[in-house]
Design a binder for this molecule. Structure first.
Ligand code: E4P
Length: 220
């Protein structure tokens, strides 16, 4: 499974990219607003920090506007993935942009039929929003399972399932079991993935016992 960081905070992205475990970044207009940065500057900096896809979202709602914004965003760096919403205009823009070899992330997916349409439009990524479905009493993970089953039925559908709106580590485990290709994680959730009290307790015990030996492990 690939891990993307769901953030527009350059400092946080830099910190987690240093682990070598980050395969890309997703941003959205709300995250850009939260960062307080100029959109294009933030995207350019993030694209320098990671080799993988960096999603930058259009805000036009008409096809021509989305295509124009998408083309401009794609010029920022080779690893920009233009993010478009799951609307008819978004799907038409997706088709045009992918035909121009631009990566496209179709966002705000809440149904399997929407995901099927995005794949037919040539989307590079489909972003089902797990947490927001859970928030309204639906089963976000069931949507990931449905999309996986549908995409696996058709050889021609190569769209990657990008599990989005992830709220906690169990979402990551379940999305991986359901066959999501990518999970985009808020930095706090990425940090939580490694945490287990028995790991900390076990390490403390090993180090305490080792200290009693008075030895050091050779470094060359
Ligand atoms: C994905 O690309 C979105 O930016 C994100 O996952 C949305 O998550 P939220 O529902 O926590 O805002």
């Amino acid at each position: 499974m690939k891990f993307f960081i769901d953030s527009a905070d350059v400092g946080e992205i830099k910190t987690w990219a240093a682990t070598g475990l980050i395969d890309g970044v997703t941003t959205n207009p709300s995250l850009i607003a939260k960062s307080g940065r100029k959109f294009t500057d933030a995207i350019a900096e993030i694209c320098d920090l990671v080799d993988g896809p960096v999603s930058a979202e259009v805000t036009a709602t008409d096809v021509e506007g989305m295509i124009a914004e998408g083309r401009a965003l794609a010029k920022i760096a080779e690893n920009v993935a233009v993010k478009v919403p799951l609307t008819w205009a978004g799907l038409r823009a997706c088709k045009t942009l992918t035909e121009e070899d631009t990566m496209v992330n179709v966002t705000l997916c809440f149904s399997a039929n929407q995901a099927l349409l995005a794949a037919k439009a040539g989307a590079t990524f489909i972003s089902p929003f797990i947490g927001r479905l859970d928030d309204v009493g639906e089963d976000g993970m069931a949507l990931i399972r449905d999309i996986r089953a549908i995409y696996d039925n058709y050889m021609g559908l190569e769209t990657e399932i990008l599990a989005a709106s992830i709220r906690h580590p169990m979402h990551v485990t379940e999305a991986a079991k359901a066959g999501a290709d990518v999970a985009t994680l808020p930095p706090n959730v990425f940090k939580q993935l490694i945490e287990h009290p028995l790991t900390e307790k076990g390490l403390a015990a090993f180090l305490a016992d080792w200290a009693k030996t008075g030895q050091t492990v050779p470094r060359k």
